[in-house]
Design a protein around this ligand. Structure first.
Ligand code: ADP
Length: 361
């Protein structure tokens, strides 16, 4: 399998720069997720790799070769679109085999590849149907099968699951993983859904306004978010962020404070800063209904049922945090005492919003 590299890639539409100086490596045979909110440039990047959009500046290397000016048909990519883009008048097997026919693959080989894709994606019995006669999940599988038969080195997927309902998505995610385990293409997957990114990616590239915010493994995204934006994009619910002051070994939040462990005190003292942001994951706080040592008090404003877990919204001197609990859930209107897990907390620079690092990892 071959890697893809973006070197100082810029994309402009007129005067509007939608991707700026992007450097990214998509590792050979690995699943890399392009993640970010709508409009951040994910599809544009994918389409530049596929050759469906021109590149304004920079180099696109595929398998080490510069491909900026190579026509899409010669880039060895298979692409799956959000709307599937199936031909409505063709049957399932005609749709799946179409690209092979265009590329003049001989009939025997074509039939072999189409029937193995049909088997792989559990479409047996549906070969003669047209897309109109299929469910959303089946259409999505036809779109995947159509990409699979090309046996391309590069597999580019643009929000392929976003038209499926929640249950089907979970099933389809498993199918995608199986597919990749079987063919091991270099896989680039666009989504705005952090759960999809965390479950499917070997690596994630998080974008905002055409700028790379963080590149890393799903575990790193949770444990070491590069900046405030990353911490607020990952996790469900995402991390609580508050402005705090660090002084005399304590962090002050509103009118309250916590004494930090010595390793944190040394770490933050070395930064020379007093003002900063704190980041706390909702599932890393212990809550008690009686005062506990070194805790913050807050008022429960809302309790949300997530099914087996509860989201407790708490007002701590006008900072609104969410804490996730499984049992002993406090009631709305009660006062609670919060003790965050110091090993799991993050601090960020007040202006650049970059992570100030942690003495624990
Ligand atoms: P995403 O996939 O992350 O939702 P896109 O890559 O589709 O984002 O779009 C990135 C930005 O580029 C958006 O601001 C969008 O409006 C703009 N854009 C996309 N395609 C075009 C186009 N053909 N002409 C002008 N602007 C475009």
């Amino acid at each position: 399998m071959k890697s893809i590299q973006l070197k100082n890639i810029v994309k402009r539409y007129g005067n509007n720069t939608v991707v700026s100086q992007l450097n990214l490596d998509f590792e050979a045979g690995k699943r890399t997720i392009l993640l970010g909110p709508s409009g951040c440039g994910k599809s544009t990047i994918l389409r530049m790799i596929a050759g469906l959009e021109d590149i304004s500046e920079g180099d696109l290397l595929m398998g080490g070769e510069r491909m900026n000016d190579v026509v899409p048909g010669d880039r060895d990519v298979a692409m799956v679109f959000q709307n599937y883009a199936l031909f409505p008048h063709m049957t399932v097997e005609e749709n799946i085999g179409y690209a092979l026919k265009i590329h003049k693959v001989n009939e025997k080989e074509r039939q072999d590849r189409v029937s193995s894709a049909i088997k792989m994606l559990e479409l047996e019995g549906y070969e003669k149907r047209t897309p109109r006669e299929l469910s959303g999940g089946q259409r999505q599988r036809v779109a995947l099968a159509r990409a699979v038969v090309k046996q391309s080195h590069y597999f580019l997927l643009d929000e392929p699951l976003s038209n499926l309902d929640a249950q089907l998505r979970v099933h389809a995610r498993k199918e995608l993983l199986n597919l990749h385990e079987t063919y091991k293409q270099t896989f680039i997957y666009v989504t705005h859904d952090q759960i999809e990114a965390m479950t499917l990616g070997h690596n994630i590239a998080l974008l905002y306004n055409g700028d790379l915010q963080m590149y890393g493994t799903p575990v790193d995204f949770y444990n070491k978010p590069a900046n405030v934006f990353t911490a607020t994009f990952i996790g469900s619910p995402s991390a609580n962020i508050s402005h705090v002051t660090f002084r005399n070994g304590r962090v002050f939040i509103g009118n309250q404070n916590l004494v930090l462990p010595e390793v944190w005190q040394a770490h933050l003292t070395a930064t020379g800063m007093e003002e900063m942001f704190i980041g706390i994951h909702p599932e890393t706080v212990w809550i008690s209904d009686t005062p506990t040592e070194n805790s913050l008090s807050g008022l429960v404003t809302t309790v949300e049922n997530y099914g087996g877990r509860w989201g407790i919204h708490i007002d701590i001197d006008n900072e609104n945090w969410i804490v996730v609990m499984k049992e002993d859930v406090p009631v709305k209107g009660s006062t609670v005492y919060l003790a965050p897990d110091f090993k799991k907390m993050h601090f960020f620079h007040p202006e650049t919003e970059l992570n100030l690092g942690s003495p624990f990892h």
